[in-house]
Design a binder for this molecule. Structure first.
Ligand code: GLA
Length: 726
């Protein structure tokens, strides 16, 4: 890993472990992008730049008709100049003008990676792990400065980009658009991959060929959302799991985002992402700075599989934090689908006892334990245990659960308030709203204005008080609606455009403080399932409830798509009852467990009401997971068969040293007199021999070239193979 500066060519070379990212200061002081892709030496790449005179592309210097920002491959395009493509930065000056000419003003190299103020980000544990280049650009007439940061890691083949805008002028400036990264690439033959869907159908993979113009993936919902994920990738023609070039960008942010690719008239693709500019306006007073979130840029010359493994390793080790980052996660049972709101202490303890019998380690009490919360119409905001429902309170229940031999976990939804709650009656102005207008409800609830300090402090104190009063070792942090009428009484009229971003910053601050105050608690993110599954949340919470859809077959698509960017250890996956509560499908216990093994494993059903056979199966599955969980949490994922084909899904997890692997295949739809699918393995040591769980010993080379076969004879049947190097 090295960042090199060639002072003659005025070029910067960011050398990752397997890729190069290069740009230079061009003739007009504009940053020109040179290369992002396969590793090349730090040579003058000036020969690769071809400025041409183009019709309708204006020239700031009439003497040079070949130079126009409109055709340039840029690093930080700004609005209202000669570039008609979508900008990365747009501002409104005091005089109403939006023209911004960002010109190179200097740079510095920093060992390690500076933290981002108030925002989640990847990090280093020692300065030797990474190097950061900070390039300063300046708009001379106003003194507005832009700092572009680029971090290169020794052990991770990514570039972490971020942007800071500093008002060094004398007048306030309104920031209208500050994206976190923008890269202009050769766009011929590229396709866009996005992870999109809906509630209970999150992060399905969609691939579409680029067409001229702008294609965007975005959220205006106030969170990263179920509908889209702040991750996009450009795939070269023919790119698949094992080969081909991929350029990916992932925003470390949990709010409104915009991720776009604009194919211009000359087949250049502008890939850019950041906070969504719609509704965003940030007043930047003289002497202040605005920090935009981090964007992770990753290139793979070896297909999507290698790209995913790069991101997984980075996120697992240098985005997630805290005691649970690398620790094996406990097997849990959550009572939600077992009881919903309808529980008594006796019922909970019966479930907990059966969980203990199955070898489960943590019992999680979900929604319904607090305030007046018999259904989803009331109670949010009143984080005081309902003693009528749970006599003796949480402390007693938690102690009883601990006496059974399980740890105790609890559900919260801290960012919300029910109109029917003591909190709302006391503070009706604490929710996001526009005075005098409708306060739209989602799931009968309003969103607290977490951007306000007094609201944040109230939330923090309320959650902390509960965590202090009982032995709680796990928290499920939910968020069950999206933002509407995003106005804040904490901001003056001309700064209302800051409310949505300040909400996200406020959420991060509360999460930061609570996770720091309770470092031993395992926090799991959730938003109606996987509505906020993004790198921002993973910085505070190392796992997320992947989807409210717990059906094993639906999960094949959801987990496959999620795994494009996010590690298995971050995906909570549970065995639930059949017929499944979301899609009414019946699958075997073995299949449900095989699919849930992919993530941080648990159960979401009343084990006390399962058949003796299923209980025996649950015991066996828990025991197997405990043996395998360090492999599953830290191993490398290889996706072997894409469920999109509709017939077979298959994947494997291989230990980093190739010594052990777990292979899973699920027949999605069986046919009469069916063919026998072949599952060719990946990532093994070709020279080693592996013992399979049926006792056979096979060479790694043969397992990868010839593969494994299984004769499936019904729908939804799963087969797993455990391999150990002999
Ligand atoms: C959301 C979560 C569920 C459950 C309910 C409780 O929908 O995703 O797992 O916690 O809330 O109300």
């Amino acid at each position: 890993m090295r960042i090199l500066h060639d002072p003659v060519a005025r070029a910067f070379f960011l050398q990752g472990p397997g890729s190069t990212y290069a740009f230079r200061v061009g003739p007009a002081g504009r940053l020109e992008h040179l290369h992002w892709g396969e590793q090349v030496g730090a040579q003058d790449l000036g020969w690769s730049v071809l400025h041409c005179d183009r019709a309708f592309s204006p020239n700031p210097d009439p003497a040079d008709r070949s130079w126009s920002a409109d055709t340039l491959a840029q690093e930080c395009p700004s609005a209202a100049g000669c570039d008609y493509r979508a900008p990365m930065i747009e501002v409104r000056h005091g005089d109403g003008s939006r023209v911004l000419e960002l010109v190179y003003a200097g740079h510095r190299l920093v060992a390690g990676k500076p933290r981002l103020d108030g925002l989640p980000a990847t990090y280093c544990e020692a300065d030797t792990e990474a190097e950061t280049l900070v390039v300063e650009l300046c708009d001379a007439p106003t003194g507005l400065a832009v700092e572009l940061s680029y971090t290169v890691f020794a052990a991770h083949d990514v570039i972490a980009r971020s942007v800071r805008v500093i008002n060094r002028g004398a007048a306030p400036v309104t920031l209208l658009r500050v994206l976190s990264a923008s890269v202009d690439l050769e766009g011929s033959g590229l396709a866009l991959l996005q992870l999109s869907g809906s509630w209970a159908r999150e992060r399905h993979v969609h691939v579409t060929s680029l067409r001229p113009g702008l294609q965007a993936v975005e959220s205006r919902r106030g969170t990263s959302s179920h509908q889209h994920n702040p991750f996009i990738a450009l795939l070269d023609t023919g790119t698949g799991e094992e080969s081909g070039r991929v350029w990916a960008a992932n925003l470390v942010y949990s709010g409104n985002f915009f991720a776009g690719v604009e194919l211009d008239q000359f087949m250049q693709a502008r890939l850019h992402l950041g906070i969504h500019p719609d509704g965003f306006a940030w007043e930047l007073a003289p002497g202040t700075a605005f920090q935009a979130p981090e964007a992770i840029l990753a290139f793979s010359a070896h297909g999507l599989g290698a790209l995913s493994r790069t991101l997984h390793r980075l996120y697992r080790t240098r985005l997630c934090r805290g005691r649970w980052r690398d620790a094996e996660r406990p097997v849990l049972l959550n009572n939600w689908e077992a009881t919903y709101f309808n529980f008594t202490p006796e019922r909970l303890l019966t479930i907990a006892r059966s969980a203990k019998e199955a070898g489960i380690e943590l019992f999680v009490l979900d929604d319904g334990w607090f305030g007046k919360r018999e259904s989803d119409v009331s109670g949010l905001g009143d984080w005081v245990v309902n003693e009528a429902k749970l006599p003796g309170g949480l402390a007693r229940l938690a102690r009883e659960v601990e006496a059974i031999g399980l740890r105790f976990g609890l559900w919260f939804e801290p960012e919300m308030v029910s109109p029917d709650s003591d909190l709302y009656r006391a503070h009706p102005d604490w929710c996001l709203h526009a005075p005098g207008r409708t306060r739209s409800q989602g799931r009968n609830q309003l969103v607290l204005d977490v951007g306000r300090a007094e609201v944040r402090e109230h939330i923090r104190a309320a959650v902390a008080q509960v965590l202090r009063a009982a032995p709680i070792s796990y928290v499920k942090w939910d968020m069950n609606r999206h933002l509407t009428e995003v106005g804040s009484l904490g901001l003056p009229a001309h700064r209302q455009g800051e409310a949505a971003h300040r909400f996200v910053l406020g959420v991060y601050e509360v999460m930061e403080r609570l996770t720091a105050e309770f470092p031993d608690v395992l926090f799991e993110g959730c938003s109606g399932g996987g509505g906020r599954f993004d790198p921002g949340i993973l910085h505070y919470m190392p796992q997320v409830w992947t989807s409210d859809n717990s059906d094993a077959v639906s999960r094949l698509w959801i987990q496959h798509g999620t795994s494009i960017a996010y590690p298995l250890s971050s995906m909570a996956a549970h065995v639930s009852a059949v017929p499944n509560h979301q899609v009414h499908r019946t699958t075997s216990f073995a299949t449900r467990a095989a699919v849930a093994f992919t993530g941080s494993f648990g159960f979401e059903l009343d084990l006390a009401r399962q058949s003796p056979e299923d209980m025996a199966e649950a015991k066996a599955q828990v025991a197997a997971y405990k043996r395998l969980r360090s492999l599953l949490a830290r191993g490398d994922l290889y996706r072997l068969a894409d469920p999109a084909g509709g017939r077979l899904a298959a994947w494997m997890v291989v230990a980093a040293d190739g010594g052990e692997a777990l292979v899973t295949a699920v027949r999605i739809r069986a046919e009469a007199h069916d063919s026998v699918p072949v599952v060719r393995l990946r990532g093994l040591d070709p020279a080693a021999r592996y013992r399979l769980d049926d006792g056979n010993e096979v060479g790694g080379d043969a397992l990868m070239a010839v593969g494994l076969r299984h004769r499936f004879d019904r729908d939804y049947q799963a087969r797993t193979w455990h391999l150990v190097r002999v």
